[in-house]
Structures are given as structure tokens and as C-alpha cells.
Design a protein around this ligand. Structure first.
Ligand code: ZN
Length: 509
């Protein structure tokens, strides 16, 4: 261990890349997070827009002894298409120059989502880690944290000393996992060296089957935790992000031990066998649109307690554009009272409402520019509330974190009374403040429609429990109905998409 404070480089790349969505551009990062140098250390010790791993890592490192953070570059964009290649190369160049200038380093912490790709690089996360390893050399600890929706490559594993993934979905343990990375960093600074096992399974579950409150994935995470302790430092079972549509897609098991390879291999094999044996559970029935309208009708009439309808196929948190109108149109036309829908992403409509002002009437035209899923919908409306869209989250995945929807408007549609929060930036409705900041008292709303796949659960469960939450089957970029997509690069056959998928786990079935 060095006698001076250890110098730990910090960097990260947060993007979940959906191969079916338009490319992610520099402006998408600029709107969410593109920070370099010392500014990262400042923000990591405040309430900020940085990914939650950064404050988590800094807090634990600060609490466990002296260290010298060497922040390089941390970028994050909402889930979208692959990064435009020139933007990715520019990012890599900043990493390269930043690390080279910072040498000698004693460790590197990489806080990445783990499901990025670039338009010219299917394994941008692996490329980043190979670059890091090449610059710092084989002896310097390199520890990575990932979202559990990551697509892990062999290259990435080879370049790292440990991969630590989230264990909660909705993701409420990002700070804890970063703190775990900090603790491991301290042990590695003191001389510990790790062994790793890595297994990828031919299972690419739809995201709606990857919740961790209950279900097959919850059971796997729990099994991993029962096998953790002693020489087993970490077990990370990643669910993957199938919409990446890449050869490296698939569930993975990652085990890190205190240098005992056979132990790591044995634990990984045991978990992989359990995952494969349980594969029949990665199916989930969605609620047809007509049935969802009927559920809403009963709740709106007070015949049932309040409900949530989740528009899982148009989740900006998975690359969706937040602008499909199937539920909006159906609920408006059914004239169901008390419906609130958010966040509908339509910057032109939000700007028009802002130009008119609160209390004004307008012809609200949603999706004046159509695409394959976003169809035009129009209704007379009143502008009830205008905001600039920025706030700090209070529950779940955005708790204590700054977010912004961009200029936003609450519109009340005439005829149905349906209220819709229209935003300018693509953000999933995971956080109650996104509605509350528009004057909505969620406890009094019988039907909330969320454009979110699952993270809303950690924000809205104080209002509506899981048993009254319905995942609605509509067309969209993030539909859990995997047969809806023209897959190009996914390894086939893969479960549950291909019923004929066969596999022999390590050590045999
Ligand atoms: Zn995720």
C-alpha cells in the first residue's frame, strides 16, 4: 500500500442502449450528465444529477480513510439508441488523456450502466474497460459497478478485478453497491487479489419478469446472497437488456472470490444450474388494452380502489420515446373520470402550452410529427399548470437526486377530464414528484397511467400496491412481447423467445 493517500480514478458511462431506438447524441448526455474533472468530486458530495453510484462511492471512501479522488469523466443519458460513434470516441479520448495524465494511480472505479453500445462498437463497455486496463497496467485494481440490466462481455470481465451489479429492481441499491465497490477497493489497496467466474446463459428475459420483490429473478438473487460471505466476496446475477439486440445479450452469473478460482467456479455453476432449471417462469401475461379500459372504468367509478396502468411498451427508461397514445386515446374516448397520465413526451406541445399560459384553452395536438408507434391524437384542453420540470426526487430510484422533465405542462382534456403531464425530455414516470409538482394529489387519483416499465413501483407503491398494478399490452419500442421485434444480432436460439433453446450448464444439468 502506498504511504501517501491512494489515488483512485473515477469514471463512468451510463446508457442503456436499445437497438431499435434512434442514436443517442451528445445533447442527450448534456441534458442529463456530462461532467469532467474536479466538478465530479464536488457534485458527488452534494445532491446532484450524477448517477447515484458516485455519491455512494465517495461517501464510503471518505468514511474509510484517506484517499485522493482522481475524477476523469462521468456521462449519462436516458436509455435510447446506441451512442453516436463520434461521441463515444470523444468520450474514450477524454478517458485516455485523463488517465494517462493522472498516472501513477492506485485504483480505478468505473460506475457504468453496462448495457451501452455505440453505432460503431457493439461492446462499448468492454472497449472502455480494455482501454482502462491498458493504461493502468495489470496490477492496479479496476472495479466496476453495473445496473442489473447490463449486457456483459468476456472482454469486460477479462479487464476487471470485480464486477458488482445491482440486486434490486426497481433499482434502489445503486449507492449500496458503490459502497461495496469502495470496501473492496480498500481491501485490494491492502493487497487482496480476486478470482472471478463468469457464466452467460441463453436466457434473455423480458424486463417485466426481472423484478426482485418476487419471482424467478428474485429467487436467483436470494440464492446468490445465501452463497455470499467468507471467501465469496460478491455474487452478481445480471438479467441483461434484451433490447440491446447483441451477441453478448443474456443473463450472466458473476462471482468474485478472495483468489480461490475453484470456489468462484463452483458457486457460479450452482447458480447457473438453478437459473436454467427455473427458466419456465420467465413469462408474464400482460393486460389487453380493452381489459385495461374496463379496469380503469371500475376504478374511476369508485367500484374498486385506485389502480395503476403501466404503459410498459413505451418506457423511456428502456429506450421508449414516451409518446405513444394508445392508452391516452382509449381512456379519453371512454370518458373515464379521474385519470392522470404521465409523462407524455412532446416538447412542441409543452412549448405551445407555455406560450399560451395557465388557464388558457387550446387544441392539444399530440405527436404532430408521427413515427411508427407515435400516432397523432388531438383533443380540446385547458392548460392547468406550467412548470420548468426540475425537482429533487423523494422516493425510490430518484430519491435525493435531481431530475428534470424540461418545460412541462399539465393539460386537462375537455370531455373526459383526463389530466396529462406533458414533458419535453424523455423521462420515465418513476417519481411521484413528477406529478405532484404539477399540483396533482396522487392519493385522490383513481387511475394513474405511468409511462414506465417497473421503476414506478418504488415511487408509487405508497399509493397503489402491486396487486392493483396492471401492465398493459400496447405496441411500442419496449414491448415485453418479444415476438414483436425483428431481432438481428441476438444469439439464437435464446429463451424464452425460442422454445427450442437447449443448454448444458457448467458441471452438467
Ligand atoms: Zn436497469
Amino acid at each position: 500500500m502506498p504511504s501517501r493517500a491512494p489515488r483512485i480514478a473515477v469514471l463512468g458511462l451510463h446508457l442503456e442502449a436499445n437497438a431499435f431506438a434512434p442514436p443517442t447524441l451528445r445533447e442527450d448526455f448534456d441534458h442529463q450528465c456530462w461532467e469532467e474533472g474536479e466538478r465530479i468530486s464536488e457534485l458527488a458530495r452534494l445532491v446532484s444529477h450524477l448517477p447515484s453510484e458516485l455519491p455512494g462511492f465517495y461517501a464510503r471512501m471518505d468514511a474509510t480513510g484517506p484517499w485522493e479522488p482522481v475524477p476523469v469523466v462521468v456521462i449519462g443519458a436516458p436509455p435510447g439508441g446506441p451512442i453516436a460513434q463520434d461521441v463515444f470516441l470523444d468520450f474514450l479520448d477524454r478517458v485516455r488523456r485523463g488517465l494517462a495524465a493522472a498516472l501513477p494511480l492506485d485504483g480505478v472505479y468505473v460506475a457504468s450502466h453496462g448495457a451501452s453500445s455505440a453505432t460503431g462498437d457493439e461492446d462499448s463497455d468492454g472497449t472502455l474497460l480494455e482501454l482502462v486496463r491498458r493504461i493502468v497496467g495489470p496490477a492496479v485494481p479496476v472495479i466496476v459497478t453495473h445496473d442489473l440490466h447490463c449486457n456483459v462481455s468476456e472482454r469486460l470481465i477479462a479487464a476487471t478485478d470485480a464486477l458488482i451489479a445491482y440486486r434490486t429492481n426497481p433499482h434502489v441499491d445503486a449507492r449500496e453497491r458503490a459502497a461495496e465497490a469502495a470496501d473492496l477497493m480498500r481491501r485490494m489497496l491492502a493487497g487482496l487479489r480476486t478470482a472471478k467466474a463468469f457464466v452467460r446463459l441463453p436466457i434473455a428475459p423480458p424486463s417485466v419478469t426481472l423484478l426482485t420483490a418476487e419471482g424467478p429473478y428474485a429467487d436467483l438473487i436470494a440464492l446468490g446472497q445465501t452463497l455470499t460471505g467468507g471467501d465469496v466476496l460478491n455474487v452478481s446475477v445480471t438479467g441483461g437488456f434484451i433490447f440491446g439486440d447483441l451477441p453478448k445479450c443474456g443473463m450472466t452469473v458473476n462471482v468474485t472470490t478472495t483468489g480461490a478460482q475453484a470456489l468462484a467456479d463452483g458457486v457460479a455453476a450452482r447458480i447457473a444450474r438453478a437459473a436454467w432449471a427455473d427458466r419456465d417462469r420467465y413469462f408474464r401475461a400482460l393486460t389487453p388494452l380493452a381489459e385495461a379500459v374496463e379496469i380503469a372504468r371500475r376504478a374511476g367509478a369508485g367500484e374498486t380502489a385506485p389502480v395503476i396502468l403501466a404503459d410498459v411498451a413505451d418506457n423511456p427508461g428502456g429506450g421508449g420515446r414516451g409518446n405513444t397514445a394508445w392508452l391516452l386515446a382509449a381512456l379519453h374516448e371512454a370518458a373515464i373520470p379521474g385519470v392522470v397520465l404521465g409523462v407524455f413526451v412532446d416538447p412542441a406541445l409543452a412549448a405551445e402550452a407555455h406560450a399560451l399560459g395557465e388557464g388558457q384553452r387550446m387544441r392539444a395536438v399530440f405527436n404532430r410529427v408521427e413515427d411508427s408507434f407515435a400516432k397523432r391524437f388531438a383533443a380540446d384542453a385547458v392548460v392547468e399548470k406550467l412548470t420548468e420540470g426540475g425537482d429533487v426526487g423523494r422516493r425510490g430510484t430518484l430519491a435525493g437526486k435531481r431530475f428534470t422533465l424540461g418545460p412541462s405542462a399539465l393539460l386537462r382534456l375537455e370531455g373526459s377530464g383526463l389530466r396529462v403531464v406533458v414533458g419535453s425530455l424523455r423521462r420515465q414516470l418513476a417519481e411521484p414528484r413528477m406529478l405532484e409538482m404539477h399540483g396533482i394529489d396522487i392519493a385522490r387519483v383513481p387511475v394513474v397511467v405511468v409511462k414506465s416499465r417497473g421503476h414506478f413501483r418504488a415511487g408509487f407503491d405508497e399509493f397503489v400496491p402491486a396487486e392493483r398494478t396492471y401492465e398493459v399490452d400496447t405496441p411500442g419500442l419496449t414491448s415485453p412481447v418479444l415476438g414483436n421485434f425483428a431481432w438481428k444480432r441476438l444469439p439464437r436460439p435464446i429463451w424464452p423467445l425460442d422454445a427450442e433453446t437447449t443448454w448444458t450448464p457448467p458441471g452438467g444439468a
